[in-house]
Design a protein around this ligand. Structure first.
Ligand code: COI
Length: 408
């Protein structure tokens, strides 16, 4: 029983597909002599050639631009648009393999997918988001923030979505490779970060509703500044009462791609009215605040801080988790609990957290036509926590927590 459950953790899709685990485990792992494909030797003799030919390949001439600057980029006005960079990382896992292996960098470009791939037909996919920061010129190199947390979150999501996932080592190795290959796109210190977007998708063809027979792990990257058009300024949020982001027993607690398209409509409607994002309520009582389309939420009242507990409908944000720890270090009592709409509208201070949004203060929340205002600016907890967090991320403060990972 114990063997089965740990096997399921490693290869959730193997059991989903009804394969005998012994057969699966003896596959590629035995051939390579290692379970970690990232550490395994290169080459593609075990991969069907069509996989190789569908990717823009690296060549030695192309790599010569890695040390030059990021072209004509206006580093002062980055925003969160997509600036295509030079390279992406791709790794595959096929039915019968022991796991992902033989990842490689290729030129950033389109990927080939079957029209009947699991991701296109049934939304079998996950994504992650993390950032690389340029260290000071004296130190050199780059810093990642808790990348192993993203790797573990992807593993949890993969289990839920019946997919195999890269190991933590494979994930972090792939992220580092992607950063180094695109290093000319990492913004200067203080101007932003290289946003790294890992994807895990059911790339194999399937018609009946079932897990796909092949999976692709892909990472691309883009230089980014602030997420909201308001920049570092406080944002206005609208509480959405009709459309819900997640439901008990659903997938709100994992970072599946399927959670994001359904929030486009309320988000676009709110944006057209001048709001930066939407706050969702729980679908059962319509009384408890969950999160925004793109980030988690915190409320501050007196010396107490609260954030909705991650009980299945809330995304367990890595920034959220870090901010809880940093606020506790500052002596605040932080509760992960149900946060009612009354808690929200009566708060002194409200802020959002996320990889893309960082720590963003909220100046107003509109609920049932009434606009509630909160404290922003100097002497707010969100400002202090923003400074605490970004100082660690950018290498300006000592990382006593061991959260950063160097990429040299
Ligand atoms: C992130 O913060 O990295 C996210 O994935 C949110 C996304 C909507 C940009």
């Amino acid at each position: 029983m114990a063997v089965l459950s740990s096997a399921k953790r490693v290869l959730p899709w193997a059991s989903c597909n009804g394969h005998a685990l012994a057969r699966v485990s003896g596959g590629l792992r035995g051939l390579l002599g290692t379970a970690d494909g990232a550490a395994a030797a290169g080459g593609c003799s075990l991969l069907p050639c069509r996989w190789r030919s569908s990717l823009p390949q690296l060549d030695s001439v192309d790599r010569s631009d890695e040390d030059s600057s990021g072209g004509d980029i206006d580093w002062d006005n980055l925003g969160f648009g997509l600036t295509p960079t030079d390279y992406m990382y791709v790794m595959r896992c096929s039915q019968g393999d022991a796991g992902f292996s033989r990842g490689e960098l290729s030129r950033y470009g389109n990927v080939e997918l079957s029209p009947s791939s699991g991701v296109l037909n049934y939304g079998q996919g996950l994504f992650e988001g993390l950032k690389a920061y340029r260290r000071s010129s004296e130190m050199g190199g780059y810093t990642l923030f808790r990348p192993e947390e993203n790797a573990r979150r992807m593993q949890v999501g993969a289990e839920r979505m019946c997919m195999p996932a890269p190991s933590v080592e494979q994930f972090v190795h792939a992220v580092k490779q992607t950063v180094l290959a695109n290093r000319r796109w990492v913004p200067p210190q203080g101007k932003g970060a290289l946003y790294i977007r890992p994807l895990l998708i059911g790339s194999g063809a399937i018609l009946g509703l079932a897990p796909a027979p092949e999976y692709m792990f892909l990472i691309y990257a883009a230089p980014v500044g602030t997420y909201f058009k308001e920049g570092l300024a406080a944002i206005n949020l609208l509480v959405e009462e009709e459309i819900h982001r997640a439901m008990p027993g659903g997938t709100g607690g994992v970072k599946t791609i399927a959670n994001y398209a359904p929030v486009l409509k309320p988000q676009m409607d709110a944006k057209s009215k001048g709001f930066a994002d939407v706050l969702y309520l729980d679908p059962v009582h319509k009384r408890y605040v969950e999160e925004a389309s793109s980030c988690n939420l915190f409320v501050v009242k007196g010396g107490a801080v609260a954030t909705p507990a991650t009980a299945g409908t809330i995304l367990p944000g890595i920034t959220r988790k870090s901010i809880i720890e940093l606020a506790r270090d500052r002596g605040y009592q932080v509760e992960e609990r149900l946060v009612s709409i009354d808690d929200l509208v009566s708060a002194d201070e409200v802020f959002c957290t996320g990889t893309a949004v960082g720590v963003t203060p909220v100046s107003t929340v509109t609920y049932q036509g009434t606009r509630y205002e909160f404290r922003t600016g100097q002497d707010t907890l969100s400002r202090e926590l923003y400074t605490d967090l970004t100082s660690i991320q950018m290498g300006l403060a000592e990382d006593k927590k061991g959260w950063t990972v160097a990429v040299d």
